[in-house]
Write a new protein. Sequence first.
Length: 486
Amino acid sequence: MKMDELAVPNIEQLRHKLSQFTNELETPRSEKEQAIDTLSNYANDFYESLPNHKAYNADYAPSEKDAFLEFSEPTDLESILEYVTDRIDSKGLNAASGGHLGYIPGGGIFEGAMGDFIAAVGNQYAGVFYASPGAVRLENSLIKWAGKLVGYKEGFAGNLTSGGSMANLIAIATARKAKNISSAQVPKAVVYTTRQTHHSLLKALRINGLHECVLRVIPTDAHYRINLEELEKAIKQDKKDGLLPFLIISNAGSTDVGAVDPLRKVSAIAKEFNLWHHVDGAYGGFFLLTDYGKKKLDGIELADSVILDPHKGLFLPYGSGIVLIKDENLLLQTFSQEANYMQDVKLSNSELSPSDLSPELSKHFRGMRMWLPLKIHGLQKFANALDEKLLLARYLNQQLKELGFETGTEPDLSVVLFRLAPDKGANELNKQIVADIHANCRVFISSTTIGGVFWLRAAILSFRTHLKQVDELLAFLKTYAKKENN
Ligand SMILES: *Cc1c(COP(=O)(O)O)cnc(C)c1O
């Protein structure tokens, strides 16, 4: 039905017109059932095909097939999923693959996809307790669980974000608010980082109006951890110079090399000088589920704010981060805002609402995708999978040494740095190795440059990565080691 104009001469004609609309966007049950069957086949075929594919396919070329992206006639789901399989799933980096050992992988667990489906069906308004007490209660229980995992006691708050970058953004906004850094003070405010600090934090500083502050990049030790003496020295000097030290940023597993800063000691320094201590645990935070991780991240509970990335360490599909703030009042002061049309909302306040704790109002009910996998599997299986990653990293590190590769320091968590180091042309050789791996190996790794040295890095975190994939990488690298040693 087409309408040329909205003007309607009288109410009868309006009623007549309205009676001609049908509910054509509501799919009948039988068709929904069929669609779910089709989807189920797609999902199972996808999962079953994973071992047969390279983790990386460098095919970025456009295709005539992409005309399919335009809207023309209504299209059946089968053709759509064919396009998805052909033009989306099999191109670029396959983040669901167990052979993905680049950047920081996670895998994307099936139950996370189910959680998204359930959340989207019910379409709960998960930003406000008044609108969706059940969804908000579930999300708040996840925040409580994550806070306790980190070691926070009572009075903390947090938010389920879309990822680590948003979580860092919220933490930095809260730190600025907590330390009352006015615009006039920004040029004197000092933030302490290391070269290992994730770039999303530099972005967060910029977005929070802190780009004109003083950024002190503190030197690291041989393990890429912050040098405490240098940190303390810098703070003292800055104070003496009339500056305003206000924030220290630590890594609980840096993306680059997996380095964990001495969190307890950094917190002691932060406390002594009255600075905010933020811990970026986007990559490493969930190792707290393991005994090793608990020891390695000792003291994390002393930090003023912590972030975690369930789409890394809990293997969820992308779109899941967590920010935790030790003092819930500071998070509320930073993000709660009243609005006239929201006046009814104040009636209920037995639980905190996510909309008072983050920039978002309407939001995805993203708690379901995190809660469902944990509920279905139980926590122990996640801890086991993380233990496996820690051991795989140690295995890879050891085997690489035996093959004649130079490795970085013993991995703090599950990132392994390595390279072949002949007397001349090491950087070029290793660049060539990574290019060759991308073109010809089923396993994918990435690289980094630290202090001018080009390193290959394998980040083992996907729940689908096992001995098989690591051995496959080693078998590929062996040919290189042989060539170089001959
Ligand atoms: C991945 C990562 C981030 C950014 O998180 P996103 O979820 O990618 O936005 C921040 N810090 C560290 C240490 C990370 O590994």
